[in-house]
Design a protein around this ligand. Sequence first.
Ligand SMILES: [Zn+2]
Length: 316
Amino acid sequence: MKDYNLKKMYDMQQYQEIIRLFNTFQEEKTDELKLYTGFVFTKMGMATKAIECLTSINQKQFYQYIGKIYRYLGVSNYLLGKYDMAQSLFDLGTEKNDKESDLWNKLLFPPLDDIRETKNFIFHFVDKISAVDKKLFILKSIKAFARISEFIGELNLCKKIDIYIYSQRQDSIGNSLSYSDNGLKVIHTYLHDVKGHEIAHILFNSIYKNMNRNKFIDEGIATFFDDENTFIEFIRKYKSALPNLDVVQVWNDTNLILENVKGIYYYAGAFVGYLIKTYGKHKFIEFIQNENYDNAQSLFGDSLDFTIQNFYNEIV
Ligand SMILES: [Zn+2]
């Protein structure tokens, strides 16, 4: 066990390797191994296991990490829907001078004007919003959830989706809105942004435990499912907004150079709609476990080039 530099492995993000060690050393797991495995489990959203690891160690010996331990326990408890527990843990982390614990606290537990709960959501109304707007927001969210989950089929969400609603374009710690945290299943949204975009991010990212995500496809999915559209309807609406791009180039653009091209999200949405139209729902859902171009090539074979050519014809 002494031969492994766990800190280095963790810093180099060798998470699977750490889990493998954790599973190998059955009896003689050291506290250090439990600590780093607990961090890894937290990052992977495996909340119950993370809590098991991080609470079974003598935390005092890791005094330099104590704030981080509280913060990770806070995140894991939040993921299990144990909100009070999460908040106290973020408080403890803050007391130990962990700045990120303080940020989580401000972001997830801001003073609220109102809170509402439905079957699949908890709505945290941060700013004061009129009763009519609140009702409309809740109804639209429920409708989008129903529409998207019907497309996906079976869903296994570990908790309700927490939506924080603001009347300005900034969350409680200054991030610009709107965005989703797929790991925590949390959405922070500007009141008037609501439709399906962020809900689609959360639901599609809950299908598989491990996914290889790709920005072009991921945003394409969220944009296509923002509203109820077929591919034809989507094209009719946004044709004039579509830039002239090379699909393979934007798909492989891991440096996100093209991220600021005007209309890129609509372009991605159109392409995702066309993939669904061409290959059908089941094949599409199979594909998104690994959203990269290389995977699409091996899954769809030679037909992919043909599909991309046809897509160009459809959007001109
Ligand atoms: Zn998005």
